[in-house]
Design a binder for this molecule. Structure first.
Ligand SMILES: [Mg+2]
Length: 335
């Protein structure tokens, strides 16, 4: 039997599962608050299945990415595109642009042309960022550049615009940093070591300042200054802020804060919830909410399969050493 002191981070495999289920819980609990009146009314009708809360596109695509990584042991854009297209269901609340791209791919069009036919410059929405948590975990031990390259490559399928990709990189990067149990100051050092567009770096600077001053910022101010919309630039820094602010607090407080920020609640919540889960693990998620989540057993099985594949991919001794939390090595160099 293993014992853990309160300060010991949970086991890495528990945190991998916590990250994926954190995405799903925050997505399902945020979905009723997303969108305008019509969307909320519709979600009242279709938002539960056999008394359990349904999850949306955020969870579906996150688990598509995890399944692909588990099967392929890397990023295979064609495999990802095929899975995204196969999994598409209108009732999961996909954005209209993503829906058009995925339907085209499903009809046989290659993702490169389908994506550009819908958005000539590429989409700058947060749809690639919302599925990037597993990428950060999977590549965390292989270094920052591996995470960035993988996140960009997986984003490009539907979100080829630089800001769409940048959001995906940010979420994957922070997922990897949190998973590697870096301290808040180490996390910010690593984030700031990368090059971001002016809009993103301005927002990240605000978030860092709020967090380092332990300033009790109201959700309305977070919404105003960091954003809460469906664009990557107006939602990814928000999600990072919410996650890092709540890392040592209960999951319920993170959910409540995301709901009060408002806007694209399911996606901002899903990204924040995934980052939180990567730090705190499955054991810290509220059991009563897991019990009320649609297809929770299936998601847990898939998360376990992904966790096992992640571990299997780290079989060379050098990689295993770099993924150990608090191993005493300079983790900044590893991510
Ligand atoms: Mg959604």
């Amino acid at each position: 039997m293993s014992h853990q002191s309160p300060t010991t981070p949970p086991e890495p495999l528990d945190r991998v599962k916590g990250a994926l289920l954190g995405v799903a819980l925050a997505d399902a609990w945020g979905a009723p608050y997303e969108g305008g009146l019509l969307e909320r009314l519709l979600w009242r009708v279709i938002g539960t299945r056999q008394g359990r809360r349904r999850w949306t596109d955020d969870t579906q695509m996150t688990f598509d990415v995890a399944a692909s990584l588990a099967d392929v042991q890397g990023i295979d854009q064609d495999d990802l595109a095929a899975r995204f297209a196969r999994s598409y269901q209108w009732s999961r609340g996909y954005g209209p642009g993503a829906a058009r791209i995925l339907k085209r791919i499903h009809r046989g069009e290659h993702w490169t042309t389908a994506s550009r036919a819908v958005y000539a410059q590429g989409s700058y929405g947060n749809g690639a960022a919302m599925r990037s948590v597993p990428i950060g975990l999977f590549f965390a031990a292989r270094g920052t550049n591996a995470v960035i390259k993988a996140a960009q490559s997986a984003a490009e399928i539907t979100h080829a615009h630089p800001q769409g990709k940048e959001g995906a990189v940010l979420i994957a990067l922070v997922a990897g940093l949190v998973f590697n149990s870096l301290s808040p100051s180490e996390i910010w050092t690593a984030i700031k070591a990368e090059t971001w567009s002016p809009v993103l770096s301005d927002k990240l600077a605000i978030a860092e300042q709020w967090l380092s001053n332990k300033q009790p910022v109201e959700p309305s101010r977070v919404a105003r200054q960091l954003g809460r919309s469906m664009t990557a630039a107006n939602s990814c820094p928000t999600a990072v802020y919410i996650a890092l602010r709540h890392l040592s607090k209960p999951f319920a407080e993170l959910l409540d804060f995301a709901r009060r920020v408002g806007g694209d609640v399911d996606t901002i919540g899903a990204m924040a919830g995934g980052l939180w889960g990567a730090a705190r693990g499955l054991g810290a998620l509220p059991i009563e909410q897991l019990a009320g989540l649609e297809a929770c057993d299936h998601l847990l099985r898939e998360a376990s399969r992904f966790a096992a594949a992640l571990q299997a991919g780290l079989e060379s001794p050098a990689d295993i050493l770099t993924c150990l939390p608090n191993s005493g090595m300079n983790l900044e160099n590893n991510l």
